[in-house]
Ligand binder design. Structure first.
Ligand code: ANZ
Ligand code: ZN
Length: 869
């Protein structure tokens, strides 16, 4: 056999160069074969790839290479989600331009990705920060503005009063600005919005059709859209000198609990709250205090439930003569429902907390099945489950659903303040998508504000609106706004002096259509609809669960908006979605409690016990829990080191082999070493078998049963691996390949006849093609060793012979003079005469016969062979 070890450090760059020279992975839009689009979520160019990327792109590459081998025209592109805050922070810290920082990161990461040997069509590479990309985004923004999909309205933002800047929710930490540490305030700002809430019902119901998405992601999207079927209900205000308003309009999903109502609560932003605060200092202060905290939903949800009595009361809508106090409360949001609620403390936890604090009545009206109405009371926990209505006059005894219907009928027939008192209404939690960011490093929103004409879109012929290069980050806030000249323009309509919009778009806009741009990355228009429609939807999208909600929802919306403006002809961008698990690693701590990176540690084992020491100082290190790789815990492994040491194929193989792709995978040194050993094993096996296959037949031709048995394994594995890859069960595919390798290794040691040699040759050829999607460099080297002049990357997926999948073999025991001497496997129903021939040709039988002929041969077909000597 060849004594040479496989050297990935030599072979990997060699094949990468050849693929590149031959443009092996460049995809043509004119290729008539069936299209297949596989996409991994494109990376943010932070500077270096991490193991999560390695896992993500390894999976995508297996899918891409597999479908190529199946004869499809595969689109597998890559790009950069290149706008965003980190570049501005880097610019501040390092005094570089955000663009320079971003592009040098892209160059570094591209090199890393190329060293992984991914089958990517790099001619389609896009960076969202390039004017060649964002000019089309600006054009679509204008189309969408004209189509009424975009709106401008006032909305609350987090305002850092020290840095004088708007903060994203993630930049508000415990109610304080992340840089300044100053308490964040709420401010009203006029901003741009995509009207995604108009699409709420469509985005919700279409989830049912996304059968190739994980159920968990669909559920997260459903919850985010948050459909509530409820009722709008008017409460008549008891006349007083405090207000002229006639009624308060509330939204409720539980009108069945109306007899349990004990108060009304208004949002601090409700117009009535503001008017009532005019002569109520306590209320004024409460509202001001509310505005001093951030807008992050999390902040609002965590806050203690508080409120102030307004001084007005409303009539209880179903209990004659009773009235309810009206509060302003911090847990009522203005942008949901009507910004006003009725509180039923017995059956809503927030209402109960509030009622206990302000000593309001708690009257249960839903009785749990089997509970005793005389003794049922509410303690610290609201009762929110099923039951029947009680304490509720005309609703008594009804189920919750029946009571809701009855209440709707009841209020539908009454009038308050000149309107129908109650109407069925559906609400969605999904809010319009605010895309304005007061940031430099983003796609400029292409409009101009003119005092005379108002807000005017930039004419398309003037696109792109390009970010200025000469920009300074010395002052906090939006560098675009601070730029001395950029925003001063003349109005495209009347020519008067006007002001450019200085807000840029949320980077989620950039990632909401890149998958469409990849289909025609050089087009003069955002897309070429006929081409986009041919490729889209993406057949298989792969990425992290952290994007399960926003990115995917925005992309689904944006695709609809692109359809409405004629840029694509479909609604759903991603047919198949797969969310991969994370890459984890053990954590290590020094005696001082500091995190220590794995590279600084040596291990020793004594018995079962594994111990760690610091490689340099010898100090003991404690081995901690297995956690997601993160810089903060220092438990990261650098892909460059793995690729530079073991090679890309080893890293890819390990990522795919160890656990189901949707679960976390633990990166271990022993695991990587195992993958590396397997690589050498395949290399040796291929050479051993080639050597055997080249020998001319020394022995008599074998009977073929061993060859048939091997071929059956080979074909079964080929079919299984294909099936597993299509199901994205990469670890199972790997397990089957191990099985095949073992079978080939075993078969090669017993080679006799030409048939088995031929089967072995077929076996390794197929083995190489099976490992090709996972270890493409090794596959090319083995392919070359087999004397092939083509590339494994261009080879077809092995053809399965269906006849070999039928499990039609029987194993017949062979008895000689009543003693079992061996067995033979033959096809079911092989006639006795044929079995006799096969058996008599066997080495073991020949030996036992010792040159003589058997006196008697008794064969029971499919059962047993008896020889009497
Ligand atoms: C009375 C009631 C009684 C309610 C009860 C619940 C339980 P979902 O299902 O999430 O839509 N609500 C309505 N508008 C609100 C707002 N702007 N801010 C905060 N809370 C609001 O929730 C709807 C329920 O949340 C509504 O039903 C309302 O309280 C409250 F036993 O009305 B309910
Ligand atoms: Zn004008």
């Amino acid at each position: 056999m060849s004594g040479e070890r496989y050297n990935p450090r030599e072979s990997e760059p060699k094949w990468q160069k050849i693929w590149d020279e031959r443009q092996s992975f460049v995809t043509s839009n004119d290729d008539p074969r069936e299209p297949y689009y596989v996409l991994e979520m494109f990376p943010y160019p932070s500077g270096r790839i991490h193991m999560g990327h390695v896992r993500n792109y390894s999976m995508g590459d297996v899918v891409a290479r597999y479908h190529r081998a199946r004869g499809k025209n595969v689109l597998h592109p890559m790009g950069w989600d290149a706008f965003g805050l980190p570049a501005e922070n880097a610019a501040i810290e390092r005094k570089t331009h955000p663009g320079a920082w971003t592009y040098s990161n892209i160059a570094a990461m591209k090199k890393q990705l190329q060293s992984m040997g991914l089958s990517i069509d790099w001619t389609r590479e896009i960076a969202t920060c390039s004017p060649d990309y964002y000019r089309h985004q600006q054009a679509m923004f204008i189309d969408m503005l004209k189509a009424g999909l975009v709106t401008r309205k006032s909305s609350k933002v987090n305002w850092d009063p020290v840095d004088m800047t708007v903060l994203a929710n993630e930049q508000v930490i415990d109610g304080k600005g992340w840089r300044s540490g100053a308490p964040v305030e709420q401010r009203e700002l006029t901003q741009w919005f995509f009207r995604i809430s108009d699409f709420a019902e469509d985005l919700l119901s279409a989830l049912d059709e996304l059968k190739d998405w994980p159920e968990k992601v669909r559920l997260m999207q459903r919850n985010w859209i948050g459909k509530s079927e409820g009722m709008r209900l008017l409460f008549e205000i008891v006349p007083s000198d405090k207000t002229d308003a006639g009624a308060v309009d509330v939204f409720t999903t539980r009108p069945d609990t109306i007899f349990g109502a004990s108060f009304l609560a208004l949002s601090p932003d409700h117009p009535l709250s503001a008017s009532l605060a005019a002569d109520n200092p306590e209320l004024t202060e409460f509202i001001a205090e509310f505005h001093r905290q951030g807008t992050a939903t999390e902040t609002l949800e965590k806050a203690e439930k508080k409120g102030v009595f307004t001084g007005i009361r409303v009539k209880h809508p179903v209990i004659e003569g009773e009235t309810l106090p009206v509060y302003v409360a911090n847990f009522v949001l203005m942008d949901y429902g009507t910004g006003a609620v009725f509180g039923c403390p017995a059956h809503d936890q927030r209402d109960l907390d509030f009622a206990r604090k302000y000593h309001l009545p708690v009257k249960p009206v839903v009785l749990p099945i089997d509970a005793d109405p005389a003794s049922f009371t509410i303690g610290d926990e609201a009762y929110v489950d099923a039951g029947n209505i009680f304490n509720s006059e005309f609703l008594d005894g009804l189920s919750i659903e029946a009571a809701k219907k009855k209440v709707a009928e009841h209020f539908g027939a009454r009038m308050v303040d000149g309107q129908v008192q109650g109407r069925i209404e559906v609400n969605y939690r999904l809010r319009d998508w605010g895309i304005s960011r007061q940031r430099y490093w983003g796609c400029p929103i292409p409009v101009v504000h003119c005092e005379v004409c108002g807000t005017i879109p930039v004419p398309k012929k003037d696109l792109p609106v390009v970010l200025p290069e000469d920009v300074s980050f010395d002052k906090p806030g939006n560098a675009l706004d601070h730029h001395p000249s950029w925003k001063h323009v003349s109005c495209p309509q009347c020519g008067a002096a006007a002001r450019r919009e200085t807000d840029t778009m949320d980077t989620f806009v950039d990632s909401s259509w890149y998958f469409a741009r990849f289909t025609a990355p050089d087009a003069e228009t955002p897309t070429i609809p006929s081409i986009a429609d041919r490729w889209l939807p993406v057949d298989q999208y792969i990425g992290g669960i952290e994007h399960a909600i926003l990115h995917l929802l925005y992309s689904r919306y944006f695709t609809r908006a692109m359809k409405a403006t004629g840029h694509v002809g479909l609604d759903e961008p991603f047919k198949g979605l797969f969310t991969q698990g994370m890459v984890t690693h053990e954590t290590y701590k020094s005696e001082k409690g500091e995190w220590v990176p794995p590279t600084e540690i040596v291990f020793e084992t004594d018995g079962e016990q594994r111990r760690a020491r610091h490689a340099q100082t010898g100090a003991p290190i404690s081995i901690g829990s297995v956690e997601k790789m993160s810089k903060s815990k220092k438990n990261v492994v650098d892909p460059d080191e793995i690729v530079g040491g073991y090679g890309a194929d080893t890293a890819r193989w390990f990522m795919l082999s160890d656990s189901p792709p949707e679960r976390d995978v633990q990166w271990t040194e022993s695991g990587v070493e195992g993958a590396s050993r397997f690589q050498q094993r395949v290399w040796r096996l291929v050479h051993d078998i080639l050597e055997i296959a080249e020998q001319s037949s020394k022995t008599v031709s074998s009977n073929g049963a061993d060859a048939l048995a091997l071929r059956k394994i080979v074909h079964r594995v080929v079919a299984g691996v294909g099936h597993d890859i299509e199901a994205l069960s990469f670890n199972r595919a790997v397990a089957r390949i191990y099985e095949l390798t073992n079978a080939l290794a075993k078969a090669k040691d017993g080679v006799a006849g030409a048939a088995l040699r031929e089967a072995l040759r077929e076996g390794i050829e197929y083995l190489i093609l099976l490992i090709n999607p996972m270890m493409p460099h090794l596959a090319e080297s083995c392919w070359e060793a087999m004397g092939k002049t083509t590339l494994a990357a261009d080879a077809d997926w092995p053809q399965v012979d269906p006849a070999l999948l039928v499990d039609d073999e029987v194993i017949l025991p062979i008895q000689i003079n009543g003693k079992r001497r061996g067995e033979i496997s033959v096809a079911k129903g092989t006639p006795a005469s044929e079995v006799e021939q096969l058996v008599l040709a066997m080495d073991a039988v020949q030996k036992a016969l010792d040159g003589k002929s058997p006196k008697k041969v008794v064969i029971v077909p499919d059962r047993i062979v008896n020889l009497v000597v």
